[in-house]
Design a protein around this ligand. Structure first.
Ligand SMILES: C[S@@+](CC[C@H](N)C(=O)[O-])C[C@H]1O[C@@H](n2cnc3c(N)ncnc32)[C@H](O)[C@@H]1O
Length: 270
């Protein structure tokens, strides 16, 4: 059997093993991935680990007492970020595309056991699932949920649908494509007041070498500008136009499917 250390997830490395171990101060998660799947959620993404570590360090703001609080994770995938909230006593609802829910459930059950959370299928193009209607969430969580243009509008629709006036939305993502993120952040700021969390210096102080610094675009010191962490609250002035418009737009799902198919084909994953 492989040595435990061999399976540790390492920043910046190709962590393609079927089973990887993620060490945080409160837990070592055992995560199952599938590098042969065309589904991005079948692999573990670095920002989810960063969120779990920041939560352990008490550095995510509004997170002092999570016991009993209702947390919804969107696009959970391997679900490390949501599991970190569950370990702090939150009642977590993990969601993802229907095809990913078995994978989410397997990972969560392996690390948290059978009880104390829910796994609910939620495709952002289909509107809020009936099982979640009427529920208010204290925290909505999304790690690396916007990595291509076709996800911008559906993900904004989902955030609008699940976040109420008291919800804290915690988002973390890699800055891969500034044009895509500019569109996302424009839509996000229409609905939410957003507070960017932590400079490179502060991240380094909290996480040390666990935060991978990447070469700066301007040739300066390596930094963590590849990473955005935002803590958001709905604007009082926002009147919910987005979800009404999304419901009226019957073409949204077809457009999403077409662009997603093109995205997978570009990468030979169709
Ligand atoms: C890059 S992965 C990130 C997974 C996980 N949050 C992490 O950080 O490891 C993006 C996630 O968004 C999910 N996703 C993509 N499109 C979706 C949609 N239309 N509805 C719901 N989830 C979606 C994927 O299935 C995947 O789990």
């Amino acid at each position: 059997m492989a040595d435990f250390e061999d399976q540790d997830w390492k920043p910046g490395a190709l962590n393609l093993r079927r089973e990887v171990h993620v060490r945080t101060t409160s837990k070592t998660y055992v995560v199952t991935q599938d590098a042969n799947s065309s589904e991005p959620g079948a692999m573990l993404w670095e920002v989810s680990i960063i969120v779990a570590k920041l939560l352990d360090a008490g550095a995510l703001g509004d997170d002092a007492d999570l016991a009993g609080r209702a947390v919804l994770e969107l696009g959970a995938g391997c679900a490390v970020a949501g599991m970190a909230y569950a370990l702090r006593g939150a009642r977590v609802t993990f969601t993802d595309l229907p095809a990913l829910c078995g994978h989410v459930r397997d990972n969560v059950a392996r690390n948290l056991g059978p009880d104390g959370y829910r796994v609910v299928p939620y495709d952002w193009c289909d509107g809020r699932p009936a099982t979640l209607v009427g529920e208010a969430f204290d925290v909505v969580l999304g790690t690396d949920c916007v990595y291509h243009a076709h996800l911008v509008e559906p993900f904004l629709d989902a955030l609008d649908a699940v976040a109420g006036p008291r919800t804290t939305v915690v988002l973390a993502f890699e800055r891969r494509d500034e044009a895509v993120l500019a569109a996302f952040e424009r839509g996000l700021r229409d609905m939410f007041k957003c507070r960017p969390l932590l400079s490179t210096k502060k991240l380094r102080a909290i996480l040390g070498d666990d935060v991978l610094l990447r070469p700066a675009d301007d040739g300066g010191e390596p930094d963590a500008r590849w990473l955005s962490i935002l803590v958001c609250k709905k604007r009082k002035s926002y009147r919910g136009d987005r979800s009404r418009r999304a419901r009226a737009d019957g073409g949204a799902k077809a457009a999403f499917d077409a662009t997603r198919a093109a995205f997978l084909a570009e990468r030979g994953l169709d």
